[in-house]
Structure formats: C-alpha cells, structure tokens
Design a protein around this ligand. Structure first.
Ligand code: FEO
Length: 385
C-alpha cells in the first residue's frame, strides 16, 4: 500500500506466481494488478484486481478505508485481471454503487451471476462525478483494448487513471527499464488498436495531466512527455529505432547459420543495430516487440510439409493480427527439394499495410553455398541502403 497523494492511495497487488499472464505471456518479474482508493466526502475505489489476489486486495482496501465505507466502485475495464472482484466487492459493501460505461454495464452479467444492474451508474463521455473536493471526469476509450473501456481524469490532482494504457509487465518492486516491458506489453496486448489509442491520446492532450495511474506497472509521476511520446510512436506504428531484426525459424541449424551469416554481413556493412532471434526458442512476444521497435526485418525460414516451419507461421499470424506495417522486410527461405517458405511468407506480408518487401527472395538449398551467400550479401546491401 502506498500513499500517492493525501487523498489517493494505491491498494493494488503484485502477482509473482502467475505462470503466464493472459495464459500466453511469460512475466519473469510478475505483474501488478493496480487499484486505487480516493478518499473525500465520498469514497471511490478505482477498479478491483484479479481473483488471484482477492484476499490481499481486500486487506489493502480495508486498511485504506480506515473504518469508512466506499460509495463507488469505478470500473474502467471489465477484463478479469481488474474486474475479477466486482461481485465480491458488491456483496461486501451493499450500499456502494458501480460506475461504468453503458457497454460495461451490458457486459456485466456475462461475468457475474449476481444481478448488479440496480447498483450501476452508467456514464458517458464528459460526465462528471463529484466526490467532494475531487471530481472524476469520464473519458471513453473504446477498443483500448476492449469495447467497454474508459479512462478517468481527476481534475483537482490532475491524475489520469489510464486503464491498461501506459501499463507494463513486472511487479511494482521490480527494478527495470520501463520501456522494455511496457513496449512488450503494448504491442502484444494493445498493438492491434493503434488507431483507437491515437484517438485517446488526442483527448488526453487536452487535459493537464500531472500523474498517470495505470492498471499495471508503476505510477508515472515525472517526465510524462517521455511516456506519451512513446505511446505516440507505438500507436502510430512508426518505427522507434533504426535497426534490423532477423527472425529465423530453423529445423536443423542451417537456416540459423544463414541468419547469423546475414547478421555478420550487416554488421560489417555498418548496420546501426542487428538483433537475431530464434522463433523456435525465444519468447515470441519479445520478438514481436522487436519487430515493431525496428524499421527493418528479415524473415528466414525453412520449408516444412510444403509450407513454412510452424513457428514462423505463428510469428507471421501474430504480426498480422497486431497490424504490423510501415517497415522494410527481406525474405530468406530454405528448402532441400521444393522451397515454399519464401512464397508463403511473401503472400502473408502482402496482406499487411505499407510494407516494402525486398526482392528477390534469397533461396538456400539445405546449406549456404557460394551462390546463396552472394544473394545474402545483396540482401544485406539492400537493407542498409
Ligand atoms: Fe489488464 Fe485488459 O486487462
């Protein structure tokens, strides 16, 4: 528990035992489910936490309430990592009302058996709720990254309660760079919805924000321009750094050898940054993060069952669903008797926006030879032009 300001307390919980966040993301340093309490004439609880953390959250809440009762539970997002305790909260505090969007109200029965409709206050864009000195203003943020999402601005203290926006993997006591895990979180969880994030950033630009309180990761109190700039870059799909990701899918190591050879050539040619990633073994979410971070990428994959090796197929499906765009891509295929990977990778890239696909596809027959190495060198030169 942490006092954020005289009236606002942190009552969220760190989860360091979860194996996979959302059943797909490794979180070596855990994750935090953030929740806040605003104490004024009226008391508002800002979101609950995952059911994995119910007990600890109620302990934090009770302590922060210091004998008083909450008047409102503000629900910015219904995803269970935040909304998991709405029904248990409602049961424990029968006089409290639930403040949420109309969409969230309509979705509520999908998650809880208890009928909570009579206790709901549906709010829309610009509505205000006075707690006394503090006033909450509701700002709709549909599809960031669910349809019922809103963020909340408290104008006295100039705090933006930003829902999943500006969130980050990692428990709050983790000492680590913000951007690395915030970027992995952003592109994998929110990445598809860049347009909607841009719309929210436009609205946020009209607010005087002194502090951002997200639903995951640290509370941002200083240098807010840095974080907002990152979100502008990420949500507009603008490459953040000059560099080349080589993502490879190798069965017996020969495609890997080609990927490493290409990296060596690129470094010799003075490429600003080269990252080589093994799609079969590395965290796919991390590789997706790098694909969006850098302005260039090379896909290198073996042919398999007349298709492309499965981890590359999966990587491409992820990139497509996250709206990968505005980058330059080179292709390297391997095939011992009927190379098909290049054709499939190129066709998949054709379904993405504003990509420059470098031609020709480099074809390796089993292992690099003089001819394919020369093709690889041409690709390296095209990549650093
Ligand atoms: Fe952190 Fe979309 O839930």
């Amino acid at each position: 528990m942490e006092k954020i300001t005289d009236a606002v307390q942190y009552i969220g919980v760190d989860d360091k035992t979860i194996d996979l966040f959302e059943s797909q993301y490794v979180v070596p340093n855990g994750v935090s489910y953030n929740s806040y309490l605003i104490t004024d004439d009226k008391i508002a609880v800002m979101d609950t936490v995952d059911r994995r953390a119910t007990e600890e959250w109620f302990v934090n809440l009770e302590k922060a309430l210091a004998g008083r009762l909450p008047d409102y539970l503000v629900v910015s997002h219904l995803e269970p990592d935040h909304a998991g305790n709405i029904a248990s909260f409602a049961e424990k505090y029968p006089a409290a009302q639930i403040v949420l969007t109309a969409k969230a109200q309509s979705m509520l029965p999908q998650f809880f058996d208890t009928d909570l409709q009579e206790r709901c206050i549906a709010v829309k864009e610009g509505d205000e709720l006075s707690l006394g000195v503090h006033t909450l203003t509701f700002v709709m943020a549909p599809m960031v990254h669910w349809p019922e999402v809103m963020v909340v601005y408290e104008k006295t203290e100039k705090i933006l309660f930003s829902a999943d926006g500006f969130g980050k993997f990692g428990a709050l006591d983790t000492e680590e760079d913000w951007a690395c895990e915030a970027r992995r979180y952003y592109f994998n969880i929110v990445g598809k919805y860049g347009m909607q994030v841009q719309a929210l950033l436009k609205k946020a630009a009209a607010l005087d924000i002194r502090m951002i309180c997200p639903l995951h990761g640290p509370i941002l109190k200083e240098n807010l321009g840095y974080y907002i700039d990152k979100y502008q870059t990420w949500s507009s799909y603008t490459p953040e750094d000059a560099g080349i990701l080589i993502a490879y899918a190798s069965i017996h190591g020969n495609t890997r050898a080609a990927a490493e050879k290409l990296a060596e050539m690129l470094r010799e040619l003075g490429a600003p940054k080269v990252v080589v990633s093994d799609l079969a073994r590395e965290d796919m979410a991390e590789v997706i993060e790098d694909a969006f971070r850098y302005d260039r990428m090379v896909l290198a994959a073996a042919t398999y069952d007349a298709g492309v090796f499965p981890c590359m197929e999966s990587f491409l499906a992820h990139l497509k669903s996250k709206n990968y765009q505005k980058r330059t891509v080179g292709i390297v295929e391997n095939g011992s008797w009927a190379p098909m990977a290049g054709k499939i990778m190129r066709e998949t890239l054709e379904g993405m926006k504003e990509l420059t696909v470098l031609e020709p596809v480099v074809t390796i027959k089993s292992t690099l030879n003089v001819e394919s190495e020369a093709q690889l060198r041409k690709l390296a030169e095209a990549l650093i032009k």
